[in-house]
Write a protein that binds this ligand. Structure first.
Ligand code: ZN
Length: 133
């Protein structure tokens, strides 16, 4: 279960809309599965089907999380044209099995769908999201 404050949740969906038709990406951090902070990162690929976060961006987020002693809870990205389910590339690039992958699908423009997954070596599990507030 991932708990996300409503403002952060809404901002994440807004980030996806702003970057459309490209994929957006970012990191959610916090404590004990409750998100406290979101980092909006640049999709270096500038692509509508894949994303990658720059190593420098990731490093500065890691440093900030370390300073505030908060953990990485999830990595999010958007699917501008496809369903909210991890693509083959998403599975291949899931380097942190302890971190959830959140996908924001904008396939239906008026109805963004947000889902969270754990991508393991053997299987993909759906993880529940609770929006707080
Ligand atoms: Zn994806």
């Amino acid at each position: 279960m991932i708990r996300i404050p409503r403002l952060i949740y809404q901002r994440m969906v807004q980030h996806a809309r702003e970057q459309w038709p490209l994929e957006c990406c970012g990191i959610l951090s916090g404590r004990d599965g409750t998100v406290e902070k979101a980092y909006e990162l640049q999709n270096e690929e500038e692509s509508s089907v894949i994303y990658s976060m720059s190593p420098q961006d990731q490093l500065s987020v890691f440093e900030e999380m370390e300073k505030e002693s908060i953990d990485m809870i999830a990595i999010y990205h958007s699917h501008p044209h496809t369903i909210p389910f991890p693509s083959e590339t998403d599975v291949k690039l899931a380097f942190y099995p302890e971190v959830a992958s959140i996908i924001i699908s904008l396939m239906e423009e008026q109805n963004p769908v947000v889902k969270a997954f754990r991508i393991g070596k053997e299987a993909i599990y759906l993880e529940e999201i609770e929006v707080l507030g």
